[in-house]
Ligand binder design. Structure first.
Ligand SMILES: [Zn+2]
Length: 307
């Protein structure tokens, strides 16, 4: 079952958010689904448009917080609390776009788009370039030290931790800007917030919160990579994962019990791209509102050791 947003969609309509929550609860209670992913496009949109530190983005965080409250209220009212596991996470943070010393690829000395067969720029900090035949070394040398905030690599030399160097869809030249610096073709930059910067940058970190019978209560763990969430979901749903780059080992400390196939329901809620300076621990900063209201609502019906 699915509900798809129309092509032009107002991501910030709180009434629609609540109606989507109601739909999800109905799918669990009436249609007896085991897993539902629910997506909210905010505060991503507000972060892009107004910047992560803006009042508009902070207002949107409050709206998100109200919606999480509504979701949890509906879970309780519908009698799902003892068997539903709720995960709230996102896929990125948000960084303020700096408007001084911007990177405009088209304006860099000796660079010409005539040397480029294909480019993917203007989509945040990462740029992909396929130079025309015989032009790779020239374009590389022209761009390599052209801007102090621009990093330019041949694909195979791109730092391994980004997992780009071996991928067939990555072009021979890869560029990325330091946090705050988005690379553009020309001087066209509307966004005040952006993501896609180095995932080691603190403002690119996101959140992970989980509550339900499968999860330990009141536990704070060290940061982990989001790629592990897939392994967690598969474990909780009792299904064999497809090949992936995550690890269940990383997630085991947060799991209260394993393998209650058939009775488990999960809602994974893609809700909250972090924006602005994130807290180092839950309980500090804005997520406090969310965290403080979270607790396991009933003990697990069955305890098992690690599988
Ligand atoms: Zn975005």
């Amino acid at each position: 079952m699915k509900l798809v947003e129309p092509p032009v969609f107002n991501y910030s309509n709180e009434t629609i958010w609540r109606s989507n929550v109601d739909t999800v609860i109905e799918w669990f209670t009436v249609n007896n689904l085991d897993f539902i992913a629910l997506y909210f496009g905010e505060p991503d949109s507000a972060g892009h448009k107004y910047g992560p530190e803006s009042t508009q983005r902070k207002k949107m965080i409050e709206q998100v917080d109200r919606t999480v409250g509504y979701l949890r209220q509906r879970i309780q009212e519908s009698g799902l609390a003892s068997k539903l596991n709720l995960i709230i996470t996102s896929d990125h943070g948000m960084e303020t776009v700096l408007k001084t010393n911007e990177i405009h690829i088209g304006a860099l000395t000796n660079f010409s788009f005539k040397d480029i067969q294909f480019e993917l720029l203007d989509y945040g900090p990462v740029g992909l370039l396929l130079p025309k035949e015989g032009k790779l070394e020239h374009v590389y040398s022209v761009l390599k030290n052209a801007h102090p905030k621009l990093h330019v690599y041949k694909k195979e030399e791109f730092p391994r931790r980004f997992h780009y160097a071996n991928h067939s869809r990555i072009t021979p030249l890869v560029l990325y800007g330091d946090p705050g610096y988005a690379s553009r073709q020309y001087k066209v930059q509307f966004n005040k917030g952006e993501h896609g910067f180095d995932n080691e940058a603190m403002n690119m970190k996101t959140i992970f919160r989980a509550v339900g019978p499968a999860f330990k209560q009141g536990l704070v763990v060290e940061p982990f990579e989001s790629v592990n969430v897939y392994a967690l979901l598969c474990e909780l749903l009792g299904i064999v994962p497809e090949p992936h780059d995550g690890s269940l080992e990383t997630m085991k400390p947060i799991i209260e019990w394993f393998g209650l196939e058939g009775t488990l329901k999960i809602i994974q809620c893609h809700l909250l791209p972090w924006a602005g300076t994130p807290p180092t621990r839950p309980g500090m900063g804005q997520p406090q509102l969310l965290w403080a209201t979270w607790a396991r609502l009933s003990p697990p019906s069955q305890q098992r050791g690690s599988s």
